[in-house]
Ligand binder design. Structure first.
Ligand code: ZN
Length: 345
């Protein structure tokens, strides 16, 4: 079968179709698709429109999503994400406890530290995702038909060994697929989130509120970022990053590029604000000036060494670049409390 370059909307439509079909035994497929979307937003495709994605990178992202999700969900405890057996989230939960006791509070901090426990985790996760979602991501359920419009999956199979994965090492997204995933990322991410929350409710067989579950699974872990309050407030001379008003006792930590667009817990993407600006901005995309100012701050490395939360300057910059590039002209961007400006690319 040959794969003609797809129109961006067709890429999104095909991905939706892929995820609508069949009943899932775990949320791994959804995590893998989410990872591919985020990677496409943050990276520039090759001149022919393709993008080479290391399997390691997919594993890092998946660990990042589950890292927050393995927290205890109210009185339900940890939410189940597979139909049976020991799961990737179980492994992540174990490793997370060890690393948090070492003051590595976020998945990104763990990644940057290259802690041996984290490195072992990545190796085991990449094997699982190569054997499972990457082998069957594009297989039509209950059939042997593969519709490999995203990448060529030859070489992937359910019994792959670690050395098979080492040898293959990457997937190559077909020309125009990265552009398609990037340009439809807002829609696709919302779709994947809602399916994911739905699957989790189904897998846990409990009376769970869909909105609650969505907020829990995809919201940020505020406790991990609390360490930033004092250093950021000091570095900002006690003033709100957005309105320059004096910060009172209630200081919020805001993701400049919204967490719901691209989840990055790096100091380069985090600022101290008052409650008013943070709540008003909510998940809006800010005007580009705010991102530029956030990235130009001189004290990022100092705050990072005080808190052990990584800077992630390059990732924040490229994610912001991808987000604005995918945004239609005229989209309203948040400037300040109650004030928006149209995006002019
Ligand atoms: Zn403010």
């Amino acid at each position: 079968m040959s794969y003609a370059a797809l129109d961006p909307l067709d890429v999104a439509g095909r991905v939706v179709q892929l995820l609508e079909a069949g009943r899932r035994n775990s949320t791994y497929k959804l995590a893998t698709v989410m990872a591919l979307i985020d990677i496409c937003v943050e990276n520039t495709a090759a001149p022919d429109g393709s993008l080479t994605v290391p399997i390691d990178e997919i594993a890092h992202r998946i660990i990042g999503y589950y890292w927050n999700q393995v927290r205890s969900f109210h009185r339900h405890g940890r939410l189940v994400q597979v139909r049976r057996g020991l799961s990737i989230p179980d492994r992540i939960a174990e490793v997370r406890d060890i690393l948090i006791s070492d003051e590595l509070r976020t998945a990104e901090a763990a990644r940057e530290s290259a802690h041996p426990v984290y490195r072992r985790l990545v190796r085991s996760v990449r094997l699982r995702i190569a054997q499972q979602p990457l082998t069957h991501l594009q297989t039509v359920p209950h059939s042997a038909t593969r519709d490999e419009f995203l990448y060529n999956a030859a070489g992937f199979h359910k019994k792959m060994t670690m050395s098979d994965v080492d040898r293959i090492a990457v997937i190559v997204l077909r020309p125009r697929v990265p552009e398609g995933l990037r340009r439809t990322s807002v829609l696709l991410r919302a779709f994947v989130r809602s399916v994911w929350a739905h699957d989790v409710i189904d897998l846990n067989r409990a009376e769970l509120d869909a909105e609650d579950v969505d907020g829990f699974l995809f919201g940020t872990d505020r406790t991990a970022l609390r360490a930033l309050v004092d250093p950021l407030r000091d570095m900002q001379s006690g003033r709100c990053f957005y309105c320059d008003g004096r910060l009172q006792s209630e200081v919020h930590i805001d993701h400049v590029v919204p967490w719901s667009m691209i989840p990055i817990d790096g100091v380069a993407n985090l600022v101290a604000t008052d409650a008013r600006c943070n709540l008003d901005k909510s998940a809006s995309i800010p005007v580009q000036d705010h991102v530029t100012r956030a990235l130009e701050r001189q004290f990022l490395a100092d705050v990072s060494s005080l808190t052990r939360i990584p800077v992630l300057h390059k990732r924040t910059a490229s994610a912001a670049h991808g987000v604005y590039a995918a945004l239609p002209a005229g989209s309203l961007l948040w400037r300040s409390s109650g004030t928006y400006q149209p995006h002019s690319p």
